[in-house]
Design a protein around this ligand. Sequence first.
Ligand code: MTE
Length: 332
Amino acid sequence: MLIRSDDSGFIHPRSSEITPRAAYEGRRDMLKLLAGGMAGAALASWAARDALAQATAPGKLAALQGQKSAVPGAQTMEKLTDYKDATSYNNYYEFGTDKGDPVKNAGTLKTRPWTVEVEGLVKKPGKYGIEDLIKLSAQEERIYRLRCVEGWSMVIPWVGYSLAELIKRVEPQGSAKYVEFVTLADPKTMPFVGSRVLDWPYAEGLRMDEAMHPLTLLTFGMYGEVLPNQNGAPVRIVVPWKYGFKSAKSIVKIRFVEKEPGTAWNKAAAQEYGFYSNVNPNVDHPRWSQATERRIGDGSGLFAKRHKTLMFNGYEPQVGQLYAGMDLKKFY
Ligand code: MTE
């Protein structure tokens, strides 16, 4: 067991498993030294990035820190998106369709007690209380780009562990070919669940090999703290090589199935949002190009800096082989 929880459900990593506070504080001192030109620029930008993560987290939520992940592709030198932007510019349609709605409305989401049911074609189905799920494997910090299909992106330090860790424990049957994620749809606490904008509950799915890929993160926190409600508390997935809408928030069921499951956006507009939804600059959305993206925080409007969108969101070395031989225009 790598982390423990107190009665409130808040989790505290064991001191041996996280960067000790002194080391974090030491980084600030190091930064000063680096600014004085005592080490290389690369090192300076790593330290600056870490310092930024510390400086921008508001410290209001419970700490949830992870070890720096060794999974290939799980670290980046890119500048982190400000915590404030990452937590106030959201898509969480259960709480409204404007980017500013979730931060205003998601306070009603009740994240304790919380149970995730694992069901379907597995040898060991079961119900996991959120505290047990958090403790199931060591928390890691992964810095992923999240690329939304709408053409913007963020760089976020997520905290969680590979979904594969959970999948291995529940022992899928041979007939399980896909994993379906079903999220909370509670009209009492989620004002837009009554609306007809999507077919509730919001559901998503992955092929089994995608779900087992080490980059697929069962996510409990960001910026060293538990997830804010608007970002999908208490548990979501993050699939960094796919458009953001695949990363379902506030999951209550993980179901193993034989056939490709229906997904919220595919049901809403099948010709625009396919099951795979891999980030792909060569396949445009029917109504707009996917060739470039705007990094949130880089400015907006006509003068916003655009970044070239990368195949599989830059994770091609890690995930490209999952799609070998597939026509990605057909399986968009
Ligand atoms: N999950 C649920 N339950 N409901 C949603 O509306 N929106 C998706 C995804 N997960 C959504 C969801 C979309 S469109 C995106 S881009 C990401 O969450 C946004 O995640 P973020 O707000 O943490 O950046």
